[in-house]
Design a protein around this ligand. Sequence first.
Ligand SMILES: NC(=O)c1ccc[n+]([C@@H]2O[C@H](COP(=O)([O-])OP(=O)(O)OC[C@H]3O[C@@H](n4cnc5c(N)ncnc54)[C@H](O)[C@@H]3O)[C@@H](O)[C@H]2O)c1
Length: 340
Amino acid sequence: MNLLVTGGCGFVGLNLLGALTNRPIKEVRIVDNLTNSSRGNLETVLSYISGDRVQRVAADQWVLPGTEGEWTVKLIEADIRDAEAMRTLSDGIDATINLAAQSGVPASLDDPRFDLEQNVIGTFNLLEACRAHSVGTFITASSAAVLGDAAPPQKEDQRILPLSPYGASKAATEIYCSAYNASFGLNTLAFRFSNVYGPFSWRKGSVVALFIKKLLSGEAICINGDGSQRRDFLYVSDLAEVVADAALGRLQGPIPWGEAVNISTGIQTSVSHLAECIQREAERVGVPCPIEHAPARTGDVSASAPSPQRLETLQPTLKMRRLEEGLPQTVDWFIQNWRT
Ligand SMILES: NC(=O)c1ccc[n+]([C@@H]2O[C@H](COP(=O)([O-])OP(=O)(O)OC[C@H]3O[C@@H](n4cnc5c(N)ncnc54)[C@H](O)[C@@H]3O)[C@@H](O)[C@H]2O)c1
């Protein structure tokens, strides 16, 4: 199977490669403009997942052993806003996984037009490229932010009411996916990720990565608002398993093509409780962990509580890791791999 993965050098994309190595993949074409990652990050991950058995066979092309035979990874430095490039690169592809995005709420408030161009136009270009080359499946990364402050449990069929331009741009991509499914028969799924954390989050500014980086830099961790805001923290490898299975047609049916599916744990944790967990981790690894408070941030929702009910019907055997399990693994990864 041949996959196109946009944003494949980013946090989720790098972890997805780990999930793909156990599956029958022939080629992965990564499209990334490297604005939020680097070639070096990709090479580190390819070495890691292959146990140092990756071979560089050409510039930006590698062959790796996988459990189902050798597979090839190609990096194409390109921008999803380039419609022509996306069309060319989609030739011979069976499934596209779209992870490239402007992925932050604060950045979307600073520059809503950039957010729209990256997330909406970029996704539209990829949908058009799929249509041109009869790609079978299109998986895109959406977010629990599309529902804004909807009362929990947040289900996929609730009214879309984003609070930020980021939530709006993700909602627009979901609606385009739905239309391409209905109009052109493209198998689309928009996965609404909850708050993802885990290894290879070098550059992430989301709360878990941010707190760990502060901790390891000897700085105070800062809670915005009163800390009662609740999040569903999702370990990245669990997310990667779902996305890989969806792209390979391995979800159990009936699959709600054209619709959104939450990927979440169903467990809500307040930011204050997360800070306490980080303090326990600080004790474990022997570093101090002062906490300070700052005003609440605009666009932050009070509770993100996406229901995992729909996902459980598609992947009944998957057990999502709890924060107590995933957090120590993430802290240990940062200690070994991150330098200030
Ligand atoms: N990480 C989370 O907690 C989370 C939560 C909800 C949704 N998501 C969504 O998941 C997806 C992946 O998130 P991530 O955390 O890996 O983000 P990331 O920023 O780590 O990765 C995105 C990658 O896309 C690349 N990129 C950005 N704009 C591009 C463009 N125009 N063309 C080509 N490449 C481009 C970046 O260089 C980067 O490598 C995003 O769509 C994000 O909105 C993430």
